[in-house]
Design a protein around this ligand. Sequence first.
Ligand code: ADP
Length: 691
Amino acid sequence: MSSPISKRLDPLEEVPKKTKKKDASQKESKEQRQLRHRKENMQRYTRKAAVKKKVFTPKHVITVDTSKAKYNQDIVRLCVKELGWKEYPYGKKDGSCDIYWHCNGFNDTDVISGRVNKFPGMDELSKKIELTRAMETMQFLFPDDYTFYPRTWLLPQQLTEFAAEVNLKRRRHPKLKTTYIVKPDGGSQGDGIYLIRDPNDYMLTHKSHVVQEYIDRPFLLEKYKFDLRIYVMLLSLEPLEIYISKEGMARFCTVPYEAPKVKNLHEAYMHLTNYSLNKHSTTYVHTENQHDGSKRTLSSVWSKLDSMGHDSDQIWKEIELVALKTVFALAPELRVEYKAEIPEEKSGPGCFQILGLDILLTEDLQPILLEVNSSPSLRTDYEKEVAPGVVEYIHSPVDLDIKKPVIMETLLLVAPKKKLQMKQRRSNRSCKKKQVDSLCVPVQDSISQSPPVTPLSCRYLQRDYTGYEEEDEEDHHSDPSSGTESDSPTPSHSYPGVHSPDEKVLYQLYPGRYSGVYDDLRVLERTADIFLKCLGVRSSLRMGPTGFRMFTRKCRLTTNGLSNAAVDIMFIELHRKWEFLNPDRTTGLCFQGFLEAVFTIAKRKFRGLSRLDGVAALIDYCEANLNFGRHARPTYLPKVMMAEAEDRLQQMSISKPSKYTRLTQSDHFIEFIRQRNKKKAEQEDNLKSDG
Ligand code: ADP
């Protein structure tokens, strides 16, 4: 560095040029040279400062808008700071941040680029009534896979059905005393919840409720009921990418549990595990310790269960499946909402979302889904009344330990990959420099021989958050010779248990862990595209009678026994039914109503098939007729269609193929048959040659 300049110099002053002739005295030329150096240094300095001023944010810096984060702002700020990114707490003037953290919903601001931490429609879909509908639809198609959601009715609409079922149960099992839990739709924090034993005890109000079978034999720890908060991160819808956090929370009741009796039905501190409720109890235990107290980490619960001889790995696997299937159930409608909000031709932001799943363990350690929270609390402090009317916010280390890694890793997963790589390269360079510097210190004792410690922000950045497909980085962290935490056995697929602060907590559930295994559960996502194609009015989420007629006509459903009149009647009936269930919604058939129409038509059209096969065949058939060519891959071919296609295949060999394709539009089926026949022939050939 140049020495400080005592004299103020004019940077624009002409620097005297070097002359070959040494006409002036030696002393004079030395002074001149010094002056010239000073001037040159000064000019360089002013130029750098000017460049710095012009550049608002360096290109590689990842920017996060937290202006709408409200009570999530503190924790997001902490993570952004630790990652060395730039936070815009009041929003950026040109509105072009990489990540937007909203507290409420997707529509908080008009974001057109970057990624927002909310999906359009998720808030609505995760409410109790909508969740119940999504679950019922899946239970209808996959009864064996969706047993983790308790039997639920919508009130007041299904009050008669509910009463009838309760009475039937009573008649069949007179000694059995079943309890039900009534929960207001859209309620949270245990507000307005009560337990009943008789349908007549339901209090009719202007609000909608769900009533659910109460799990009256939960698994208890130290005699207390508790539930688990599992964090699931939906990274993208198309392709579907789901992550789960292996660390979570267990929230305990504050009064020892007793099986429900008329006497204790009103005891909220015994039956409801909500933190917001139990914190008011005199027996609530706030601790800095993760292993006791009324709020604990998931890993501490697993350790406890393991010490009691239970298999926490097996429970976690079950929980993973609950999380996966829950997102699968929400995905079809979420897809409709997303595509209606951000059509392919419109520029819009990408979305991601952290969901909080509330799970209860039954006496025999089976996970039961109670609720999906679209905005789980990310607070890391709690209120304490230090004097009457004076509240102080106390830092909660347990909350911080659980929530910070989830947010930090989520941010890293959604950050622009290019910027992340730039940042990674820079941080690697500076880390290496630091390591080289520290290695330059003379080795004195055995302690100094341990490998140099990498700073926390570098450790986070050195992990693979830049994408799974891009492995071309020279100094990639997965390099086994890098000597960082990537040397340790990969944590991304390990099961629960106490994890070290260096381990990742989020790992990919889908497609990563369960890719291909449960894909058949995603069949209804394809109906979302059919629904959108036939909607007619853009950005509407309701299908009118014309749209419905168009759907049946375009998909060629009005042949073989389904007349136009029958289609109209079906629309009127379903519309009436779903309007009754959706009193606050606009006219037209909602997506769930459309799904019911699909199920009804499938039942009529493909009589010989099972429920699932019929629906899948109908979807194949509709896709083929709607020319969803590239995506349509027939998996189920009903007998009638198989015979029809085989017939046509024969004709094709006689007539011109182009004319034929125009006539039928079912070249997918034909291709399918062709492939199948080819395979058959190959198999027969193989058998013959073996013989
Ligand atoms: P909220 O959104 O108001 O928190 P939840 O559905 O999460 O409503 O229910 C609140 C609490 O009630 C849960 O944390 C759980 O302790 C208890 N609970 C809810 N549903 C059931 C159920 N079906 N069986 C047993 N306990 C339940």
